[in-house]
Write a protein that binds this ligand. Structure first.
Ligand SMILES: Cc1ncc(COP(=O)(O)O)c(C=O)c1O
Length: 417
């Protein structure tokens, strides 16, 4: 056996030093290995816990109909898709899924990507370069645009990275602050830039809903495209789970509707719903579509079953919202600050990151998992327990977690010490 070689490159030294530091700072290092999926109950380290932080909002990930559809997909197609869809990897099941997702979002088409993260990276990095790429093939435009992105400061990191990769001008506006956004748009208009506004529909760490009608009005006033990331809204908001547009009954040709398939819909994948001609351009110009593989076909098959359940079992969504209201009502007398009560994401503000971790540890002792969210996912000094309500929570489980939070409220000083 060869002896371990000493690390001899500066980057390896850095990585090794960081790993050493992390071991002594457990507040930064909390990932646990589980043996089953939260539905919302799950097994980990020989115990059974209840998750109050799972994205599996509607408890669909292990629903028998999704599992059966995935098994049929496996039997029919095999385990993976080893091709780009532009080069022989296109399957009917993807097209069917895209048509269904387009319909959910009131668009004529959708483009499927391997994850939501890759959707944001892939679309935002490429749409502003589509004309440049087409010019290489002989396309002639009347005008060359200087594009500028306007992005909510709390947008998901994949949005921020996609915008950065685009090379376009970029401006952050304060969270949901339409006056600030308008001031930036006005300045951009004076510079002759062509604007694109990007916002999460539901903000994953805040639980807030973007003010879509105001965003649409501003987009119309300044001739902007609006890109909405409905990762936490698809399947959740609106009578049919259509997302932020359905919630506000606010639709516009100007909106690109992004969503993920790995949260309420229980599988994996991401998509952007747009009109058919725009979809064609995205398929041809986004590397994240053309230079990599789509999700495995069994996942697409499972997702068709998930979309059926979204239509056929609205009671799942209703239960989720009933649980959300019940939790808020029970927590009210305890004196905690819930940062937003608009969605099933209910962040309970703790403040100090270490105290927040200790809350999570105390909750874990009581059989409850809640994410302790801290910088960089939340602003410094605004660490929070990110409670996420689930259609599968029972009243007894909610009563239990509220009881533990009541007890911990009384012990706050000891937690800080
Ligand atoms: C707002 C938002 N957008 C995009 C994503 C990425 O989605 P996925 O997990 O499908 O990659 C997430 C996931 O956490 C998210 O919260």
């Amino acid at each position: 056996m060869m002896a371990a070689q000493p690390l001899d490159s500066p980057i390896m030294h850095d990585l090794s030093d960081i790993a050493h530091w992390l071991r002594h700072h457990p507040v930064h290092h909390t990932s646990q290995v589980h043996s089953t999926l939260p539905d919302p109950t799950f097994d980990t380290g020989g115990e059974t816990l209840v998750s109050f932080s799972t994205n599996n909002y509607l408890a669909l990930a292990n629903h028998p109909r999704l599992v059966a559809a995935a098994k049929e997909g496996l039997d029919r197609y095999g385990v993976g898709n080893c091709e780009s869809r532009l080069l022989g990897g296109d399957l009917e099941v993807y097209r069917e899924l895209e048509t269904r997702l387009g319909a959910l979002k009131h668009k004529s088409d959708a483009v499927l990507f391997v994850t939501g993260y890759m959707t944001n990276i892939g679309v935002l990095s490429s749409i502003v370069k589509a004309a440049t790429l087409a010019r290489l093939h002989g396309f002639r435009t009347k005008k060359r645009h200087k594009y500028a992105y306007y992005s909510d400061e709390f947008n998901h990191i994949s949005i921020r990275e996609g915008i950065q990769m685009s090379g376009a001008l970029r401006y952050n506006y304060r969270h949901c602050d339409m006056n600030h956004l308008e001031a930036l748009l006005k300045a951009g208009a004076e510079e002759g830039t062509t604007p694109l506004i990007v916002s999460d529909g539901v903000f994953s760490m805040e639980g807030t809903i973007a003010p879509l009608p105001d965003l649409v009005a501003l987009a119309e006033r300044y001739g902007a495209l609006l890109y909405i990331d409905d990762a936490h809204a698809t399947g959740i908001l609106g009578a049919n789970g259509g997302g932020t547009s359905e919630h506000f009954n606010c639709y516009s040709d100007n909106i690109m509707q992004m969503g993920t398939l790995s949260k309420a819909l229980g599988a994996i994948g991401g998509f952007v719903a747009v009109e058919r001609d725009v979809a064609e351009v995205i398929r041809l110009t986004s590397s994240a579509y053309g230079f990599t593989c789509p999700p495995p076909p069994d996942q697409a098959a499972a997702l068709l079953a998930a979309l059926d359940l979204l239509e056929q079992e609205p009671q799942r969504r209703q239960r989720l919202w009933e649980n959300q209201r019940y939790f808020i009502e029970k927590m009210a007398p305890l004196g905690y600050t819930i940062l937003s009560t608009q969605t099933p994401i209910l962040p309970v503000l703790i403040g100090d990151a270490e105290t927040c971790q200790r809350y999570a540890i105390e909750l874990r002792r009581e059989g409850i998992h809640v994410d302790a969210v801290q910088f960089p996912a939340a602003p410094v000094g605004k660490a929070r327990l990110r409670f996420m309500m689930n259609a599968g929570h029972t009243r007894a489980q909610i009563d239990h977690v509220v009881g533990v939070m009541a007890r911990l409220a009384g012990r706050e000083l000891r937690l800080v010490a």
